[in-house]
Design a protein around this ligand. Structure first.
Ligand SMILES: CC(C)(COP(=O)(O)OP(=O)(O)OC[C@H]1O[C@@H](n2cnc3c(N)ncnc32)[C@H](O)[C@@H]1OP(=O)(O)O)[C@@H](O)C(=O)NCCC(=O)NCCS
Length: 268
C-alpha cells in the first residue's frame, strides 16, 4: 500500500478530511511528524479522533481522546513517521526524538502494545502477516532497529533496543509465547577495576527464521538463536543457540539436538 499523506493537523474540520480520504491511506502531519494509516473505514474516524486531539493538546480535547479510545499518541520532535498498513488495536505511541519510523505492514496485527521511543533515527518494522498480541517495544538511543519477520506470532513480548546502534531482529515464522523479553543492554555498566573498561557493552539480538521461544523466556544481549531451534519455558538465554536444537534452563543449555518444530499439536 503506497503512502498517501494528507495534512490535516491543526484543522478543526479533521473529520471532513478523514471521511474524504477513507480507504486511501491518511497521514496526520504536525511539526514534521507523519502518522500514516490505511485502516478500514469502520475504525478510521474513531482512531483519527484520538490522534488529532492528542496532537492539538488542549486539555479538554485530550480528555475526549481518552474517552474515545484510551490510547496515547504522544509524539514530539521532527519528522517522526508512523505508517500503519495493517491493523492495530489499543496501541499507544510515546515518541520523543527525530526521524523515528514505525511501519506496520499489510496483514499484520499489532494489539495491546506500547511503542516507546527516546532518541533519533530508530526503526520499528512489523512485517506482513505478523500477529503481535501484547507487550511493548522500547527504544532508548539512536539508530536502533527492531524488526519482526513475516508471519511471526507473538503472544506477548517486551523487546527493548537500548543504547545506540543496536538491533533486535526476529526472523520469519517464529513463535514467541507469553511474557518473552529481549534486551540489548544490561541497562547499567559493569567496569573491570584493572582496565577501567566496560565489560558489558550492549549487543544485538538475532533470532533466525522459524525459532520457537517458550513462555517467560529472557533473552539477553548478544544472543543469536539459529534457525529451527526451541527455547524452553522460563529460560534465560545468555549465549548463542545453534540451529535445530532445544535449549533450556538458566542459563540456557542445549538439551536436545537435531529437532524441528511446528505450531500444531501433531507431527504434520
Ligand atoms: C522446551 C520444551 C518444548 C522441550 O520439550 P521436550 O523436548 O519434550 O523436552 P524434555 O521434557 O524431554 O526435556 C529435555 C531435558 O531438558 C530439560 N528441560 C526441558 N524444558 C526445560 C525448561 N523449560 N527449563 C529447564 N530445563 C528444561 C528437561 O529437564 C530435560 O532434562 P534432562 O535431560 O536432564 O532430564 C518444553 O520443555 C517446554 O519448555 N515447554 C513449554 C513451551 C511453552 O512455553 N509453550 C507456551 C506457548 S509458546
Amino acid at each position: 500500500m503506497p503512502w498517501f499523506p494528507v495534512i490535516i493537523s491543526h484543522s478543526p474540520v479533521w473529520s471532513h478530511y478523514a471521511r474524504r480520504y477513507v480507504g486511501a491511506g491518511v497521514a496526520v502531519v504536525e511539526e514534521g511528524n507523519d502518522l500514516s494509516s490505511s485502516m478500514t473505514a469502520k475504525n478510521m474516524i474513531k482512531r483519527l479522533t484520538s490522534r488529532v486531539l492528542h496532537f492539538n493538546k488542549a486539555p479538554w480535547k485530550r480528555l475526549r481522546a481518552l474517552i474515545a479510545g484510551g490510547r496515547t499518541w504522544r509524539v514530539s520532535g521532527r519528522r517522526n513517521t508512523v505508517c500503519i498498513e495493517g491493523q492495530t488495536q489499543n496501541v499507544s505511541y510515546d515518541i520523543d526524538g527525530n526521524d523515528n519510523r514505525v511501519l506496520v505492514q499489510a496483514n499484520a496485527l499489532l494489539s495491546n502494545v506500547t511503542v516507546f521511543i527516546r532518541g533519533n533515527n530508530n526503526t520499528l518494522l512489523v512485517s506482513r502477516g505478523v500477529r503481535y498480541l501484547g507487550g511493548s517495544f522500547r527504544f532508548e538511543g539512536n539508530n536502533c532497529t527492531i524488526e519482526i519477520g513475516e508471519n511471526t506470532t507473538v503472544v506477548s513480548a517486551s523487546l527493548q533496543a537500548i543504547e545506540s546502534n543496536r538491533q533486535i531482529s526476529i526472523g520469519k515464522q517464529c513463535m514467541l509465547g507469553m511474557e518473552v523479553s529481549a534486551w540489548t543492554s544490561d541497562f547499567h555498566t559493569i567496569i573491570d577495576r584493572d582496565t577501567k573498561q566496560r565489560i558489558n557493552s550492549a549487543q544485538d539480538i538475532i533470532l533466525d527464521d522459524h525459532v520457537w521461544v517458550g513462555a517467560y523466556v529472557l533473552i539477553l544481549k548478544g544472543v543469536h538463536v539459529g534457525r529451527g531451534s526451541v527455547i524452553g519455558a522460563r529460560s534465560v538465554v545468555t549465549k548463542d543457540v545453534p540451529p535445530h536444537v532445544v535449549a533450556a534452563g538458566s542459563p540456557a543449555r542445549v538439551v536436545r539436538e537435531g529437532v524441528d518444530w511446528n505450531p500444531g499439536k501433531d507431527a504434520s
